[in-house]
Design a protein around this ligand. Structure first.
Ligand SMILES: Cc1cc2nc3c(=O)[nH]c(=O)nc-3n(C[C@H](O)[C@H](O)[C@H](O)COP(=O)(O)OP(=O)(O)OC[C@H]3O[C@@H](n4cnc5c(N)ncnc54)[C@H](O)[C@@H]3O)c2cc1C
Length: 511
C-alpha cells in the first residue's frame, strides 16, 4: 500500500506535518528507511508523537488477508527475493519464481547472510524466538548502556509490544508436534547440558487450535516460517507497525529502495530512491527530502548506505570506524543423525534452547531447531549461537563499489569448536552420528541469520543512535550491536531501539 506524501501532507495538519518548500517539493519531518525492528520502533515513537513520517521499504507489502505465504519445502511467488533458485541451506538449488519475495540471501566473501525483505523486515521470515541475553554478557558487550534500565524497563516493554508469549507446558508435554523438542530435553539432560524453554511471538493458543480444532487454519503446523507465516505469528506488521499506522501519521511506500542519502547545506536530507517492479527492475527514480532520517535497513543495508553516501561525498563527515565490529552472532548449524525418533510432524516454531553459555571453553546457546520434513528422519537439528569474539569489517570493494566483507575462514574456529562439543557430548551420551548428509563437514558456519554491527553504538553513533558528524541522521537497527548478543537478537534490537527512541524523540522539541 502506498500513500503519497502530498496526500499525507494535506490530511495531517500537525506541527510535524510535511511542509512544502520554496521549490515546491515536500519536506518530510522524518523519513524511515527499512521496516524491520529498528524501523518499526522508530515509526511507533515518531507517530505516537504526532510526527508525520514516511517509511520507505525496498521489499513488498504482503496483505495477510490474501494468505500469500508458502511452506518452506514448497516455495512459491512470495518466498524468495529476486533469485530463480531456492536459497535455503537445504534448498538443493531447486527453481523458484523470480519475484520480490520475502527471504533474501546476500552472498559476501566468507558469509552468506540471510535477511527478510518486505513490510516487517526480518519479522516476516524469522523463527519468532524472543530471547533475553544473560545480564552479565549484556554488560560485557554494551558497558555504557544501563543494564538496570534495559532489564527492568525496556526488555519488558519490548516483550509486551511484540506480543511475546510462551507455550503451555501441558500441551508441549503431550503434542506430537513438539516430540523433537522433548527428545532434545531428554538427550541434553543425559549429556548434562542445561535447557531453557524460549518465548516466541507466535501465538501459541492459535497453534494449539491448529492441532486440536477441526478445520482450523494452519501455519506453524503446515511448515510455514522462514518464507512467511500466513497465520499465528505476530510479525511487526501486526504489532508495532500496525500501531503506528493506526495513528494516521505513518505513510508507507513499499518496493522503494533508497540508494544514497545526502545532507544539504541547510541541514536537510535528500534521499535518492528507486521504485521497483516485482521483477526487480526500476520503474522510476526520484528524490525525497526530509528534516531527519531514521536509517534502519538492517546491519548490511544501513552500513552499505552509509558507506556509499560517504564515498560519494554526500555524507562526508561519517567516522572512520564505519563498517567495523561486524559479526554473525556466532551462528553455526549442525545436526545429529541415527539418534532417537524425533517425529514426522514437527511445528516450524522453535521453543527450546540448550544453554551452555557459561562454559568457559565451549560457550553456546543452541536452538533445538525443527526439521518439518513430514517423514521420520531420526535427526536432530541445532542452530547454535556461539560466543565467537571474532569480528569482520564491511566496506565497499575497490573498483566495483559493491558491499564486501573481510571475514577469513579462521574467524569461524570458535563457533566450530563449540558446535562440535555440542554434538560430541550429545552423541557420547545418547548415541548418534554427525548428520553428514545435511552438513558434509559436520557443521555449517558459512552462513548467518543474525548479521549484527557495522554502525556501532558509541562509535559511528552516540550512545543513543545519533550518527556522528550528521545532525538529524539516526540508526536504530541491528547495525548498532557489536557482532554478537549471545542469543537470537531481535528482542535486544527492539529493546535498545525503545531506549534510544525515548531519548532522541526529544530532539524534535525544537521543530
Ligand atoms: C531465517 C531467519 C530466522 C531468524 N530467526 C530469528 C529468531 O527466531 N529470533 C531472533 O531474535 N532473530 C531471528 N532472526 C534475526 C532477526 O530477524 C534480525 O536480527 C532482525 O530482523 C534484524 O532487525 P533490523 O531492524 O536490524 O533489520 P531488518 O529486520 O533486517 O529490516 C531491515 C529492512 O530494511 C529494508 N531495506 C534494506 N535496505 C534498504 C534500502 N536500501 N532501501 C529501503 N529498504 C531497505 C529491508 O528490506 C528490511 O525490510 C532470523 C533471521 C532470519 C533471516
Amino acid at each position: 500500500m502506498t500513500t503519497t506524501a502530498a496526500a499525507a501532507a494535506s490530511s495531517i495538519p500537525m506541527i510535524g506535518s510535511a511542509a512544502t518548500s520554496g521549490k515546491g517539493s515536500i519536506v518530510w519531518p522524518a523519513i524511515i528507511v527499512g521496516s524491520g525492528y529498528g524501523g518499526a520502533v522508530s515509526a511507533y515513537h515518531l507517530t505516537a508523537n504526532k510526527i508525520s513520517t514516511l517509511m520507505l521499504e525496498m521489499g513488498k507489502r504482503w496483505p495477510h488477508r490474501d494468505h500469500p505465504f508458502h511452506p518452506m519445502l514448497t516455495p512459491g511467488l512470495s518466498s524468495i527475493w529476486l533469485k530463480s533458485w531456492n536459497i535455503l541451506p537445504f534448498g538443493l538449488n531447486l527453481p523458484v519464481p523470480y519475484y520480490t519475495g520475502v527471504l533474501d540471501r546476500v552472498d559476501l566473501p566468507g558469509k552468506q547472510v540471510y535477511v527478510g525483505r518486505g513490510f516487517g523486515g526480518g519479522s516476516l521470515v524469522n523463527g519468532g524466538m524472543a530471547v533475553t541475553p544473560k545480564r552479565d554478557y549484556f554488560r560485557d558487550i554494551l558497558p555504557r548502556v544501563s543494564d538496570q534500565e534495559m532489564y527492568e524497563r525496556f526488555y519488558p516493554l519490548a516483550r509486551g509490544r511484540l506480543m511475546v508469549n510462551s507455550i503451555d507446558p501441558a500441551w508441549f508435554g503431550r503434542t506430537d508436534w513438539y516430540k523433537f523438542a522433548r527428545v532434545g530435553i531428554d538427550q541434553a539432560q543425559k549429556a548434562q547440558f542445561a535447557t531453557a524453554m524460549v518465548p516466541n511471538v507466535y501465538n501459541f493458543k492459535f497453534m494449539r487450535g491448529e492441532d486440536e480444532v477441526p478445520n482450523h487454519p494452519r501455519s506453524a503446523l503446515r511448515g510455514e516460517v522462514i518464507m512467511g507465516n500466513n497465520y499465528g505469528k505476530k510479525s511487526l506488521d501486526r504489532t508495532y507497525l500496525s500501531m503506528a499506522e493506526a495513528t494516521g501519521f505513518l505513510n508507507v511506500r513499499d518496493l522503494t529502495r533508497v540508494s544514497t542519502i545526502r545532507q544539504t547545506k541547510n541541514g536537510e536530507f535528500e534521499l535518492s530512491i528507486d521504485q521497483l517492479n516485482t521483477d526487480g527492475s526500476v520503474a522510476s527514480s526520484s528524490t525525497l527530502r526530509c528534516q531527519r532520517v531514521f536509517l534502519n535497513a538492517g546491519s548490511l543495508g544501513t552500513t552499505e548506505l552509509l558507506l556509499r553516501s560517504r564515498s560519494s561525498g554526500d555524507l562526508p563527515n561519517l567516522v572512520d570506524s564505519l563498517g567495523e565490529g561486524w559479526g554473525d552472532n556466532g551462528n553455526i548449524m549442525t545436526g545429529r543423525a541415527f539418534t532417537s525418533a524425533t517425529g514426522a510432524s514437527q511445528s516450524s516454531i522453535p521453543v527450546l534452547g540448550i544453554d551452555n553459555w557459561n562454559d568457559p571453553n565451549y560457550p553456546f546457546f543452541a536452538e533445538v531447531a525443527p526439521l518439518p520434513a513430514g517423514v521420520e528422519l531420526y535427526t536432530s537439528l541445532y542452530l547454535a549461537i556461539t560466543r565467537n569474539p571474532n569480528r569482520g569489517r564491511l566496506s565497499l570493494e575497490n573498483g566495483t563499489g559493491k558491499l564486501t566483507l573481510n571475514w577469513p575462514d579462521s574467524n569461524n574456529a570458535p563457533a566450530i569448536a563449540s558446535a562440535r562439543h555440542l554434538v560430541d557430548r550429545m552423541n557420547d551420551a545418547n548415541g548418534g552420528l554427525y548428520a553428514n548428509l545435511l552438513f558434509p563437514s559436520g557443521t555449517a558456519s558459512g552462513f548467518t541469520y543474525h548479521p549484527l554491527g557495522g554502525a556501532l553504538l558509541g562509535s559511528v553513533t552516540d550512545y543513543y543512535g545519533r550518527v556522528k558528524g550528521h545532525k538529524g541522521l539516526y540508526v536504530m537497527d541491528g547495525s548498532l550491536l557489536p557482532g554478537n548478543v549471545g542469543v537470537n537478537p531481535f528482542l535486544t534490537i527492539t529493546a535498545l531501539a525503545e531506549r534510544n527512541m525515548e531519548e532522541v524523540i526529544k530532539d524534535f522539541a525544537s521543530v
